[in-house]
Design a protein around this ligand. Structure first.
Ligand code: SAH
Length: 227
């Protein structure tokens, strides 16, 4: 059960506080927390926000969360979706990282993610590892990689490091228009744009550079051309 739900609980008050502080709360916000676990981060959020709504899949954590001062929704965030809020905070269960990123609302977020995954999100066009996750994340959000922590801040320890990242909505509306284009062209990062266009079912347009060299702005422009 624990492994299946990506349950690695923070044992470090310092890291829990770091994540909560990165949300820069002023007492006026409604925060949605995904996967509060035993409430390690939740208790700091409750102190600094107007309201905290936490979504937790594992009902056996009820005793830890009962008197914490947050409204708890027991369910799978990928099914419940996000209640109306000002900011999202989560030490994300790693196994849903990708799906969670793509289901975030147009709000700021502070997320604890597997280091490799967070690095992929911030990788720039042309650098190794740049792909669908990078371009999609960067069109939708401005990203700031804040700090990384070793596996020892968790019990049980995962194999990987944790990176805390802050997201601010960016070119949100543009993403909706180029989502399909990205899905069709970015599976081929190492092909020329022309070849990837062909594979993706589009008419080529004479671009010889590689897909992985397309910046978010290039992608928005191209997608617009093909819509
Ligand atoms: N935030 C806590 C727990 C992190 S572990 C801490 O930092 O200590 C991840 C938590 O997410 C676990 O409590 C797990 O039960 C919960 N979780 C896993 N999958 C989930 C899902 N799909 N929806 C909501 N919560 C989920």
């Amino acid at each position: 059960m624990g492994q299946k739900l990506g349950q690695h609980f923070l044992n470090s008050e310092e890291v829990a506080k770091f994540i909560s502080d990165a949300a820069k709360l002023t007492g006026k916000e409604t925060v949605v927390e995904v996967g509060p676990g035993k409430g390690m981060i939740t208790k700091y959020l409750v102190k600094n926000a107007k309201k905290v709504i936490a979504i937790e899949k594992d009902e056996s954590l009820k005793p830890h969360l009962k008197n914490i001062g947050a409204e708890i929704i027991y369910g799978d965030v990928l099914e419940t979706g996000f209640p109306k809020c000002d900011i999202v905070v989560s030490n994300v269960p790693f196994y849903i990282s990708s799906k969670l990123i793509f289901s975030l609302p147009k709000k700021p977020a502070v997320l604890g993610l597997q280091k490799e995954f967070a690095k992929k999100m911030v990788t720039l066009a042309g650098e190794s590892g740049y792909g669908r996750l990078s371009v999609s994340s960067q069109i939708r959000f401005k990203l700031e990689l804040l700090k990384s922590f070793p596996p020892t801040v968790f019990s049980p320890q995962p194999r990987v490091w944790l990176s805390v990242i802050r997201l601010e909505p960016n070119m949100w509306e543009e993403f909706i228009k180029c989502e399909d284009f990205i899905r069709r062209v970015f599976p081929y990062p190492n092909k020329t744009v022309d070849n990837a266009l062909k594979f993706g079912g589009y008419t080529p347009c004479g671009i010889q550079k590689k897909v992985r060299e397309l910046t978010p702005k290039d992608v928005i422009k191209l997608a617009h051309q093909y819509s």
